[in-house]
Design a protein around this ligand. Sequence first.
Ligand code: ADP
Ligand code: ASP
Ligand code: MG
Length: 449
Amino acid sequence: MSNQFIVAKFGGTSVADFAAMSRCADIVLADPSIRLVVVSASSGVTNLLVAITKEDIIEGRFAHYTGIERITYAVLEKLQQQAAVGAAIEQLLLELKTLIGRTVAFTDSEKDLVQSFGERLSSVLFAQVLAERGAAVSSFDVRQVLRTDSRFGKGEPQVDQITALTQQYLAPLLNSQIIVTQGFIGADSANQTTTLGRGGSDYSAAILGEAIGAKVVQIWTDVVGIFTTDPRLTPDARCIPEISFDEAAEMATFGAKVLHPATLIPAMRQNIPVFVGSSREPEAGGTWISKQVDARPSYRAIALRKNQTLITVKSPAMLHAAGFLTRVFAILSQHQISVDLVTTSEISVALTLDDAPGSAFGTAIEPALAALREFSEVTVEQGLSLVAVIGNHLHSTRGITGSLFQALEQINMRLICHGASRHNLCFLVQDNEAPGVVKELHQALFQAA
Ligand code: ADP
Ligand code: ASP
Ligand code: MG
């Protein structure tokens, strides 16, 4: 199945408008191996679609819709052959308007259907940008192949089915042309549209890369690679030229937004190198993520994840009661709440949960807390951030140098997790202190002479 093709994914800012799409077209056309192109919705469009799904009042929905129309027409009007895609775009907009003109509240499946329009619009437009540059190109509805389960808002890709469907319907097309398809969206076995969760286009690209047996997956975005920390947090952040799958996966898991947390899972499964670069400055290089890397430094990067909640479950009964932890975790799993960090003492267990917008936190947590309160004392602290130092050999204190201990000494921490993974050391701080902590830590670990 292995072939010589490259999957190139372009994020929201990379396909924000006609000029940005043209720069992406330059990248695609410069390398004949790029055959599968995965696009995000144009920047801002998914936010507007999500806002529509949250709005009960029809006029409010249409106020957001206007923004989508404006972004879409701005690209359409710059095309030379508008007629080639005009009807398809009008058809999509009409479908969207019909859907949002309904008076009742959206079901979960309708919410995903609404959110799918961003990528469906941008893929049609970008395919036409490429066609006008002389490329043999078609747009392809990824829902034909990207099968997920029916968990709306966070569809789980069904790898075996995706591979079989891709080999049947998509792979043969790549031999003679470039295919532009949608990130972020999929369909369940009943052909209902699903989404993979916010930022999911990176994951789509990797899943499709796996399914076609790509030689490389490229993630083109608005930064020239993966940095030692989010460059928005400190101007001192440096681009990392190469990084291992393990380290990059930890970064993504712990909040480095440049990659959706699940992106590297398919890449690691098939050992497909992933390249991250800027579609604005493709010549500026980027980051290569692969299995083998020359250097494995103790400190590689710092990631930050906001909106963390710390739950402390305390029970005198925990003393010598082996069943206590089992009971706590059974309740959390029953309510589909996923726990990030865990620390225990003799009579209590502290857990962190992600309550980022769109996570299950809001709806699932209350019944879970009620169940926990039946046999223990529960406290909930919100407004926390998870800071993760990513590197190598961090699970043993031998790997940790004085500089990290020294830096940590200055920080007011709520909880620390060390030892569970060789690749990270995490701690919780107050949200408002987090950016300062990352800056200081970065200074101590990466800039000290
Ligand atoms: P796209 O729309 O292309 O998917 P995203 O906004 O999702 O782009 O991801 C790119 C952003 O990720 C950057 O603008 C940057 O602010 C942020 N980011 C967070 N952590 C890092 C990091 N360690 N290195 C690079 N970028 C990071
Ligand atoms: N358009 C989706 C979002 O904004 C998916 C993505 O950009 O990766 O979340
Ligand atoms: Mg993204």
